[in-house]
Design a protein around this ligand. Structure first.
Ligand code: NAD
Length: 374
């Protein structure tokens, strides 16, 4: 298969981890007989330095002519965080990309790898039950795109309102994605809302229920967002696919991101209704470690697996990458963010060292000849 990918490494640790992820992509191409061409384009602080904008037209154009976008991270130097040009680096680049390409579905898998259980802040007996959740957050509705207003009321009291809006098509679209994903997993969808208070949530609940009728093999459960926040901490093993609106998704997925123990272990995908996707680690530019060569490349490498699975339907290739990552971690290889204090059997590696081990395992995987493209 021939595919073209826009590579937006960004700034901070972005370029460092992207370099390693691209080595993995190139190995998958060789092993499975694909051709992946890439075009690098500037975004975030790196783009601002050249174009005085965080998302230049040139970058959008590179993205438009690609089959998928690989995104690193943006933020800009912490020392310059108060300088106006850095202020909206994240908002001006990643949120603009979401708007430009109408990404409506954000996939955020959260998994605790048994060998890294010690990083999870929950009790061992809770984690031992297993944590493997796919969050699906709607990205284009809710109060993020509704009217925002700050005004003085008639009595002179300063007042602000933010309008939450959802239409049934937006809800049905993300619900379809959730049920399809659940069919490939443990066949359960938890739909999260605040239907005891919000009309937007009442509509959400009704539409998700209607969509569920087309997926009789998947169990649907409704959960209020406040209960969901408790259950994520009390017993995350009960969740398979969790579908949420934009704001609840923003908050709940950040809480869940703590479970695996490091932002360096998580990948995420944002897809539009046409199946075009952007793949990024949910962490930022990590200025505290940028340039030290110690960033964990696993998140960016798992973004490659997500891209192969969701944009290119290359399940076998995606699984090969995921298996190589898991084996590497099982063998005790650790970047600084996932080191266990007092554990003698760890092999501490830098960014490149971690990728080297993952590549070693990837190269050793036997590919059934049927899976190799001519
Ligand atoms: P951050 O995610 O950059 O870092 C938080 C902590 O996680 C840091 O200690 C960092 O060292 C660690 N970390 C993150 N990724 C890691 C990796 N791959 N390996 C090892 N450790 C890792 O959050 P922050 O420091 O609050 O934000 C820095 C900048 O990033 C800000 O300007 C923020 O706006 C921006 N940001 C960007 C994105 C994005 O690009 N999508 C997301 C979040 C924050």
């Amino acid at each position: 298969m021939d595919k073209h990918i826009a590579v937006l490494a960004g700034d901070g640790i972005g370029p460092e981890v992207m370099e390693q992820a691209l080595r993995v992509l190139s190995t998958v191409a060789d092993k499975f007989g694909h051709r992946f061409s890439t075009t690098q384009a500037l975004v975030g602080g790196a783009a601002y330095d050249k174009y005085e904008t965080h998302l230049p037209e040139e970058t959008k154009s590179v993205c438009r002519s690609s089959d998928a976008i690989l995104f690193g991270s943006v933020g800009g130097p912490v020392s310059e965080m108060n300088v106006p040009k850095w202020k909206n680096c994240e908002a001006n680049s990643i949120l603009s990309l979401r708007k430009t390409f109408k990404f409506n579905a954000n996939f955020r898998p959260v998994k605790v790898i048994p060998e890294l259980e010690y990083l999870c802040p929950l009790k061992k007996e809770v984690v031992d039950k297993g944590v493997d959740i796919l969050f699906l957050r709607e990205l284009l509705g809710d109060c993020y795109f509704g009217e925002h207003k700050t005004f003085n009321s008639e009595t002179g009291v300063r007042t602000a309102t933010d309008l939450i809006t959802y239409d049934e098509e937006q809800i049905a679209s993300i619900a379809e994605v959730a049920f399809k994903a659940a069919q490939q997993r443990r066949k359960k969808v938890t739909s999260v809302d605040k239907a005891n208070v919000l009309d937007a949530s009442k509509l959400w609940r009704a539409v998700v229920k209607e969509v569920s009728l087309g997926y009789p093999d998947v169990v649907l459960e409704d959960m209020l967002v406040d209960n969901c926040a408790m259950q994520i901490v009390r017993d995350p093993s009960q969740f398979d696919v969790v579908v949420l609106g934009n704001m609840f998704g923003d908050i709940i997925t950040d809480a869940a991101a703590v479970l695996p123990g490091s932002l360096g272990l998580l990948a995420s995908a944002s897809m539009n209704r046409e199946g075009f996707g952007l793949y990024e680690p949910p962490g930022g530019s990590a200025q505290d470690i940028a340039g030290t060569g110690t960033a964990n490349p696993v998140a960016q490498i798992l973004c490659i697996a997500l891209m192969l699975r969701h944009s290119f339907q290359m399940e076998e290739e995606a699984r090969a990458i995921e298996a190589s990552v898991e084996t590497t971690l099982k063998e005790g290889y650790r970047t600084r963010d996932i080191v266990r204090a007092g554990e003698p059997d760890q092999k501490i590696v830098d960014t490149k060292g971690m990728a080297d081990r993952i590549l070693e395992h990837l190269l050793a995987i036997t590919v059934p000849s049927a899976a190799v493209c001519g």
